[in-house]
Design a protein around this ligand. Structure first.
Ligand code: IPE
Ligand code: IPE
Ligand code: MG
Length: 246
């Protein structure tokens, strides 16, 4: 059913995306689910459900245009402060998505990885996470990293401790990097935050050092593949210097 026009996000003019310069790694803070629901007099859980659905849509688009890594912030170490009911809804959606993982891999060649402190997950959910992580993708897969119970500071403390346990003497950047949840993956080229907030909320604190940041007021459930193309087109206009001269 078509939504009434005042509930539809503004149409986005098609962006001029250079298909030869698609960022290899895009990271997204999936924010604004609650406000999306509130604007419709719906419970917050409906916003999270719509947000999860949108993740599938955006992951499919990333796959189609040749993005290699997509990292999404789904649940932070601070999000446990929310009411029990809301946390349960989000964890339920997480579980549902994990249950689809094998199918995703088979039909869409999307490999799911989970980034975050997994030690708090037990029983059935932990078994599912382990199963998903053990799956192997085919050539050309999109690696979809779901950041769940993720905090950038917690990730760094964990990495520093793990690196120190492995090595005597001063640690190098490489030692730390090797212990991050994203070890072996390229750093995000582009980090997108919808919902009109201009902060990272602890997302990929180490990895974001030279990422291009893109903010938009669109709420995550309304964020379409066209919005993603607009973000990529904006990214393609940026000059990345990494401290050098262009
Ligand atoms: C993002 O949407 C999902 C999580 C943080 C788990 P929010 O639930 O934060 O939505 P807003 O920011 O309240 O609109
Ligand atoms: C960031 O959103 C975390 C996720 C989207 C999972 P929050 O809604 O938790 O961030 P703050 O509280 O606005 O910084
Ligand atoms: Mg939020």
């Amino acid at each position: 059913m078509l939504r009434p026009f005042w509930k539809r996000p503004a149409a986005v003019p098609p962006a001029a995306v250079d298909k030869d310069k698609i960022p290899a790694h895009i990271a997204i803070i999936m924010d604004g689910n609650g406000r999306w629901a509130a604007a419709r007099n719906l419970p917050r859980s409906a916003g999270h459900r719509e947000g999860a659905r949108n993740f599938r849509r955006i992951a499919g688009h990333c796959k189609d245009i040749g993005v290699k890594y997509l990292t999404v912030y789904a649940f932070s170490t601070e999000n446990w402060k929310r009411p029990r009911e809301e946390v349960d809804t989000i964890m339920g959606l997480f579980r549902e998505y994990l249950q689809e993982a094998a199918e995703e891999l088979k039909t869409h060649n999307i490999q799911i990885r989970v980034l975050g402190d997994l030690t708090i997950f037990h029983g059935e959910l932990r078994r599912l996470i382990d199963e998903v992580q053990a799956m192997n993708h085919r050539e050309g897969a999109l690696i979809a990293n779901l950041a769940v119970n993720y905090g950038g500071r917690a990730e760094l403390v964990r990495a520093a401790n793990a690196a120190a346990a492995q090595k005597q003497g001063p640690l190098t950047e490489r030692d730390i990097e090797a212990q991050l949840y994203t070890a072996g993956q390229p750093e995000p080229d582009l980090i997108i935050r919808p919902s009109g907030e201009y902060r990272l909320s602890g997302f990929l604190l180490w990895q974001c050092a030279y990422s291009e940041l893109y903010f938009t007021d669109v709420l995550w459930p309304d964020f379409t593949p066209e919005h993603l193309d607009a973000a990529i087109a904006a990214y393609q206009q940026r000059s990345r210097r990494y401290g050098g001269l262009s």
